[in-house]
Design a protein around this ligand. Sequence first.
Ligand code: XLS
Ligand code: CA
Ligand code: CA
Length: 441
Amino acid sequence: MKNYFENLPQIQYEGAQSNNPLSFKYYDPERIVLGKPMKEHLPFAMAWWHNLCAEGADMFGRGTTDKAFGSTPATMEHAKAKVDVGFAFMQKLGIPYFCFHDVDLVPEADDMKETNRRLDEITDYMLVKMQETGIRCLWGTANMFSNPRYMSGAGSTSSAEVYCFAAAQTKKALELTVKLGGKGYVFWGGREGYETLLNTDMLFEEKNIANLMRLAVEYGRSIGFTGDFYIEPKPKEPMKHQYDFDAATAIGFLRKYGLDKDFKMNIEANHATLAGHTFQHELRVSAINGMLGSIDANQGDLLLGWDTDEFPSNVYDATLCMYEVLKAGGLTGGFNFDAKTRRPSNTFEDMLYGYILGMDTFALGLLNAAAMMEDGRIDAFIQKKYETFHTTEIGKKIVNGTATLSELAAYAEEKGSTREPVSGAQENLHSIMNAVMFGKR
Ligand code: XLS
Ligand code: CA
Ligand code: CA
């Protein structure tokens, strides 16, 4: 078994001056930021599917990276090799969590009973590694989008039989998540959407998805799952239109079907931009609705219209992300690197470089966001911007809901005309952010 990572030295923080590519330049796990160590602000996770399974295949060519790890592909020997390599990888980087789909762990058999037997075997093997290393499961999920049976959806399928398979996969994935002590359980609705309404009963599909989620909550709670369920919004790809378009849509759906107490959002940066939003927007919408749960830390490419799942390198976006996370008081989940190396980055070292880049980018984001909060000018601006609601009698009445429409109208009529509100000062605020981020040169 080829376990390249096993004999490597631990990846350590060496600082920005270091030329060692296998070191952190900014991620210093024990460094105290706003009263707690960086590693507690940034509970990172490895995505099993990309890191241990994705070989760089795309629609135009097969894989470029060998992830057989010296074993025979699509065997239980291969599944175990991935466990060995995965845990060695996470240990070298000091990554405390992983996330998985059921089918990332073992090759899927034709018969579901055999797949489930394999899943039992591999999770027994993983549990031993987890005990040895202290590495934990952040969240689990069921892949209900790759198998051809889900071509017309899982919860939203047109077939009652397929619906039962989706239920069976959800049940098993929940059991595995509980067995591995997962903090969360994700629903990403890759096939829950449509291509044309000419062949789709949207309301019927919506109710069926909600029903599957309700059944999952009831079953999960009955087997001792106390964590959060997550919806991971994404507007499109693979479907033209996906029902969990963005955070606002998913939150509205959860409230409509009474699922909002058990669910939060898992926000992915790349999905946010595909929906025409910033990452920060999706985080804010989730946070102000009390549903900011976990984050899929990656980035897209605005020049491309699809989900590229790149390792985050954009420090500005990571800063705004961490600003939202700090303001929200942290995550109940963590930061899952749902990211893959580019197709020509086909070596084992590249896998490490991807994670080092992502962890350093988020460390910089955290440091910058903390500095923005300590600086206080942006907060002070926001407070000042809305001050007439807090300092004038009429403003206070609006805020506490005691003013009538007639009273407000009488106030305006008496004034006759008004001045414009204070400037939005966007340019100045961006300058402040730059100054805080880059300081003296
Ligand atoms: C795909 C999604 C998927 C979820 C988990 O775009 O990001 O990987 O995170 O099913
Ligand atoms: Ca994701
Ligand atoms: Ca994605």
